[in-house]
Design a protein around this ligand. Sequence first.
Ligand code: PLP
Length: 395
Amino acid sequence: MVATKMFELGNKRSAIRSLFDYGQEQAKIVGKENVFDFSIGNPTVPAPDCVKETIIDLLNTCTSVEINGYTPAPGDPEVRQSLADYMNKTYDAGVKGANFYMTCGASASLAITLKSLVEEEDDEIVVIAPFFPEYRVFINNAGGKLVMVPPDTEHFQLDLEKLAAALTVKTKAVIINTPNNPSGTVYSAETLAGLGTLLKEKSAQLGHPIYLISDEPYREIIYDGLPILYVPKFYANTIVCYSYSKSLSLPGNRVGYILIPDEVAGSKELFTTVCGAGRSMGFVCAPNLYQKVVGKCTGQTGDVGIYDANRKLLYNGLTEIGYDCVYPSGAFYLFLKAPDGNSNQFTENAKKFNLLVVPGDEFGCPGYNRVSYCVDPDMIKRSMKAFKELYALYQ
Ligand code: PLP
């Protein structure tokens, strides 16, 4: 009667959503203030003022059709040009408006890009653990095969030897995500340079270009003065999948882009394919009003200092208790080592104290649990007693 694979997908809740729903139910029983929900990555920092001001200005100065009508499928030409101007000014990117395809956020950017690259059923897409679980869904939908590079649990950087071993004649693309969800690590210039060299060598050796898909919804959420690196500078064959969900705190308003610089192999043909893939998936155009908003506000962020303060509060509190985790440098997640290595059991034990943390298994990294710190700082402070009691279970 119905498409079985889609039924199964709809019927299966992700671990993150299930925990979030559990938290909502639990709040009705024990009170909202007694549930410590660290499950979801929904930005709590307000959008920068520019967003509200731009919306008001657009509402006051544009006609209804100008802000509510369809835009061309790849996006509003003026918006695309202003994004190009920003990227050129900031990263010396050398791109044009025509290199941008506006999307409904990073999920759409990734799903469309993958649909554009996968041709054969056994085309391989390489992901590096720990990775955003929805990659599985997007790769399956595109008809490709996911190949996972095991995690480097010491630094959560990129293990180039393991990556090299995963690249085959069937490799179409490699997906990276820095700053990373869930580990919070940021790839260094050295890591990216090594990656660029490896992919260049392997492309030559295997006789076809390997695309690098850089999934960057957390690009500007970075701490300790670390530089924001423009990935195509390290490897020309890079497709950037960006989103304003996190930088401008706009996850419910669905806006982002795919950037295909001219240097990407077959860039013109790929851009046309992206248009076809978007069309086949029913993405008529990204939301008009919010395209215009990001055209004006690109480069701005919510107050990253709030996430930074949360990061320190959580990291210091947890490591003082005795927990082990890598100090995060970006995004708003901390990846905690389960004291006995069993992350599913850790999540279950944590629930006993109304602490909601996500097991790393879905991210391809069992033994770790993701703690999202885009939360109220007061909740972090109040949760420490529960984290302490949870830790005591393992002593
Ligand atoms: N990629 C990563 C690594 C993410 O963490 C997320 C969202 O949490 C996405 C993509 C999807 O973001 P969007 O809301 O823009 O679809």
